[in-house]
Design a protein around this ligand. Sequence first.
Ligand code: G
Ligand code: MN
Length: 399
Amino acid sequence: MAPVSAYDCVVIDDDPDICRLISHVLSGIGVSSLGLHSAGALEDALMSARPSVVFLDIALGRWDAIDGIRILGQTRFDGAVQLISGRDRDLVEAVRAVGERHGLKMLEPLQKPFRSEHLRRIFEAPPIDVSGKAPSPSPTEEPAVRCEGPPRVDLGEALASHWLDVHYQPKIDLVGNRIVGAEGLARLNHPVHGLLGPASFLPDASDEALQGLTEFVILRAFLDWEILARVGRNIQLAVNAPVSLLLGRNLPDLVRESPRSEDWPGLIIEVTEDDAMKELEAVAEAATQLRIYDVSLAIDDFGSGYSSFARLRQLPFSELKLDRSYVQNCATDPLNAGICRSVVELARASGAVSVAEGVETAHDWTALVRMRCDVGQGYYFGRPMSVGNLIERMDAGAG
Ligand code: G
Ligand code: MN
């Protein structure tokens, strides 16, 4: 190959017509370019041409854009990468994501066939400066409006001040359409800020305060179950717990000493998938011990972690709670639908109950019924509410 001097762009496409078209349009706007027919010559070209933009086709005969991205990543290319392709958008976006993982600055991909204005626009847009690097944003470009988060409250203070409360979100039998259980969720009644959710008191909580909170919620769930049972609503309640509490030695004592009668249906303790898988054996042992007292384990936010099905086998659990990110739009999104279906099957094969969290629409509800998911939970059926309101809901015939 003839030695090359500095070029503004390198265009890699195995279709010589595309290379020529791009070069022609670019030269019309004063941008010089070097055309290559495969990513193989890229490394040499990067050394000599020092481009600020590399145009990369997805498939390049025996090479492809991933090969190109790897070379660009290894040489720490700090210009911009412009994918050009006639392939489907999903694939192009996946390749773009690979580029980003390699630390490359990936521009919005260009779909073939494209018009010359599209190319011009790339150089008219502010981030690319063909004479140098992409400019870093100036401090004045910081977003002017910052989102104010929820107020932060010290959990220890909240416990000591008796500001904590437990609200219950109904769990609905998806076929019978009636309330079969409820998840207890900690809430904080703040004298100034009003009713607050966990985002206000969990992130900064000490381990000790977190332990105190969980014990408070469990004791409250025993008391609230009694209230429900007394009015003929003997439903099974669930509470959330960090794995650290499960691994401590207090839980069996707490359960043993709690007041309960013959018809107590047991308690479900929800631990997140991620949390449970970190200490699988110890969690499995604790769960087995709790089963002696009719306390069973639910795997919360299932699907959001990275556990393999093989590891899940080692854990005794009574419920799989599908993470709401998969439940939402499961009626229309084929990927979400597939994941929901697999988790429902997995629960069934394990003899566990499948619970869909975050059901917000009738559409998703119908889709879940078709998938034979057992139980649903979410704003569509009801927001978390006081035990009194839960009883009213059930009396009103919603369960
Ligand atoms: O991770 P876990 O399942 O414990 O989270 C329960 C939280 O999810 C509660 O704080 C509750 O308010 C919230 N939640 C419950 N149902 C819905 C829903 O339908 N949509 C959304 N976005 N959040 C929900
Ligand atoms: Mn939960």
